[in-house]
Design a protein around this ligand. Sequence first.
Ligand code: NAD
Ligand code: MG
Length: 390
Amino acid sequence: MKRVSILGATGSIGQNTIDLIRRDKSNFDVVALTGGCNVALLAKSAIELGANHAAIADDRLYNDLKDALSGSGIGVSAGRQAIAQAAAMPADWVMSSIVGAAGLEPGLIAMSNGADLALANKESMVAAGGLMKATAAENNVLILPTDSEHSAIFQALMGQSRSAVERVIITASGGPFKDWSNAELATVTPDQAMVHPNWSMGTRITIDSASMFNKGLEVIETKEFFEIEDSQIEVVIHPQSIIHALVGFHDGNLLAHVGPPDMRHAIGFALYYPDRKPLPLNRLELTKIGRLDFSEPDYNRFPALKLAYDVLELGGVAGAVYNAAKEVALDAFIARQIGFLDMAEAVDRTLHRLFAGACELNKDQNLDNILHADNMGRKIGREEIQALSA
Ligand code: NAD
Ligand code: MG
């Protein structure tokens, strides 16, 4: 029996993970499930999977969760500390699927307590890749990439020599505004940005996909996971989202990972790694797809992607600043305080203010420095948002 926990169990990745576990219940012992504020779904999932413990991040919801689970024998806790404690409960495998930088510390705690970490929470790798990898190495555990592109690269690299890699290409659908002009992009509303052409995901990552911040985060995530040069990472627009990533080798051969846009393929691969188990998911039918298209990304219309390459060059804690400023800019866009294009502008200005002159941020990736950089990214980001919305 594999002991598993899911951090962010009520979200899109969390529920997809639960869908796979429910089909194979006898092989899993579910230790802890955590959620942000959806008590009903957390309780339902905990009962269905027979979890030992359920923790909700919003401490005002303790009594609601307790009531929902009364008589079930499932342990209940609430608050930020409760999420950390749930992450620390002994497990073999933990899904890190909280959204945002809030997922960083629980993931570190899970690894420190001996669990392999399936990493959907890309923000951890962007903000703290060095610390994440050091923590995994110290505790002799794995970080299993569970973003579709990174699972794809990981799979294409299996059995290959890392030193033979020439380039890695990650694909992007281009989102709903792929062909929009700058003038049109300036008018995009949150409702328009919340619809993805191919993937069904949480609201925040869906908007990040539309702005290409998601691909920017993934470029940084690629560098952290696979430790290649900035110039070896390419992004290609591929509207069908069928090829998730390709790895090119020194001899010119390219290996592509191909599959339907369903996160359960990447989650299932991480769940059973290093085995491959039969998964009852839809199979790709190439003749129904018919054609695959590719084009270059436009850094002018989607500056969030260009900024990610600046972050790679800056290194150190720049990823933590990029992500934090993006998170507050996304909040401001959702609240209709700033426009769609202002998100990248706010992040650009924040990076500029913090890194253009003599940088006062300590570049060493320890948790204090990363949390400080995250705080500064939010603080300066909010100032720039204020200026843009004035
Ligand atoms: P989601 O918004 O659907 O779910 C997020 C989960 O985190 C929920 O359980 C929510 O309650 C919880 N949460 C939110 N804030 C929290 C906090 N402060 N403390 C504790 N819990 C909190 O998001 P999602 O789409 O499932 O994405 C989860 C992560 O996986 C993100 O990092 C995202 O970038 C990544 N990811 C998602 C997809 C996808 O298809 N959805 C694909 C690749 C990567
Ligand atoms: Mg992805």
